[in-house]
Design a protein around this ligand. Structure first.
Ligand code: GAL
Length: 399
């Protein structure tokens, strides 16, 4: 990135990285302000993990012609299937060309941001959805090892419960429950089956998919009953208090445990792939785009330049728990977790996350939260599978 440029004016960026999720974004904003001094940055955040609240507010603003200058959207269907198809985003192909980004981001990531020949946002990170977190000392205390399959996980639950741990699996609110199902589904269906679901080639009513709900239901029996009342950080804390042994969560948990909780990777906390998914990397990427009609277009383009730069990515990602979307990042600046994720990103089979917008569009993802809510009450796998299939048809999955 070029040195300090003369700039003035204002810029509004919109995301859900607030409170304890804020440090990585704050570092990026600081870099932007150092590069473009004089610009007044309105860092508009809406609290709520996975953007559950932010996305609703964004929708209202977009429909009312009050678009932020740049906003967070997941690479994949969440961006293209929602905002690009409705013709609300600017094509950034010329920016990709002038910044040399076509060779700096992996083709697979650029493909997720592309629609009919245009590229519609700039990725700031790559996160992994299928990670299992634990505290080594807790496992040692109870004499269990990290499970590598869902069968082993259920066995570990029985052992831990027999030894007095009431709810070995730490779970939080609805979207985090969807993440557990996502890991179970990839584990049972394999990457091909998972991709077939989103391509409309495998029906949700297939017995293999019904089985994903059966296993997920057993995991609910292993989890804390107040899951719906906990956000993702509160679920993580159950590991630290020793109330739970395992948590399935995206690797923003690594950011939280290191940046906020100051824990040493491998000591204060440890990780492995979610059970039965060690060969697969369920990916998602946060990106920012340029909505048509942005009030501060020039400043927004400069913001995108900063977040797509090598320095921008290497300032943001070590704090966030993610890896850079760029292929030329300086891994020496990253912690042990991200270094292992970077290795896995290169060697595992990559599939897209449904929960975080890579594999499925917003209509499906938000509708699936109702399926999960009902399933949490009745544990009826066949009904859940049928409801999901109906939702897939309604949301035009695979079309
Ligand atoms: C995801 C997002 C991550 C992290 C997480 C928890 O959707 O991609 O960057 O913010 O939600 O809020």
């Amino acid at each position: 990135m070029a040195g300090v440029a003369q700039a003035a004016g204002k810029l509004e960026i919109f995301s859900w990285w607030s409170g304890i999720e804020a440090p990585a974004l704050d570092a990026l904003v600081k870099l932007y302000q150092a590069t473009y001094p004089g610009v007044n940055v309105d860092n508009a955040t809406v609290t709520g993990g996975a953007g559950t609240n932010a996305k609703a507010i964004l929708k209202t603003r977009m429909l009312n012609g009050d678009a932020p200058d740049s906003f967070q959207a997941h690479a994949g269907q969440e961006l293209t299937g929602t905002w690009v198809v409705s013709n609300r985003m600017e094509d950034l192909s010329s920016l990709y060309k002038s910044e040399g980004w076509n060779t700096k981001f992996p083709k697979a990531v650029i493909d997720l941001l592309s629609h009919k020949g245009g590229i519609y946002s700039v990725p700031v990170d790559v996160h992994r959805s299928n990670v299992m977190w634990y505290v080594p000392a807790t496992l040692k205390k109870y004499g269990v090892t990290a499970p590598t399959s869902w069968g082993e996980m259920l066995k570990a639950c029985t052992v831990l419960k027999a030894k007095g741990m009431v709810a070995p699996l730490a779970m939080g609110e609805n979207w985090t429950q969807q993440m557990v199902w996502e890991s179970v589904a990839v584990g049972i269906l394999g990457p091909k089956g998972w991709n077939d679901l989103w391509a409309g080639k495998l029906k949700f009513t297939d017995p293999s998919v019904v089985d994903t709900f059966n296993v997920y239901g057993k995991l609910l029996d292993c989890a804390n009953r107040n899951a719906n009342d906990l956000n993702w950080q509160q679920a993580s804390i159950r590991l630290l208090t020793g109330e739970a042994a395992f948590n399935i969560m995206g690797d923003w948990a690594a950011g939280y445990l290191t940046t906020i909780k100051n824990l040493k990777p491998g000591v204060g906390f440890a990780w492995s792939a979610s059970p039965s998914t060690s060969g697969t990397f369920i990916m998602l990427a946060d990106s920012f785009g340029l909505p048509k009609g942005a009030k501060d277009r020039a400043e927004a383009i400069n913001w995108l330049k900063v977040l797509g730069s090598k320095e921008g990515q290497d300032v943001f990602n070590p704090l966030k728990g993610s890896i850079a979307a760029r292929t030329d990042s300086d891994l020496g600046r990253y912690g042990a977790y991200s270094q292992s994720a970077a290795r896995d990103w290169k060697s595992k089979v990559i599939v897209g996350s449904m929960v975080h917008g890579a594999a499925a569009n917003e209509a499906f993802t938000s509708g699936f939260s109702t399926v999960m809510e009902t399933f949490g009450l009745n544990h009826d796998s066949t009904m859940a599978a049928q409801a999901t299939q109906a939702l897939a048809v309604q949301s035009k999955i695979g079309q």
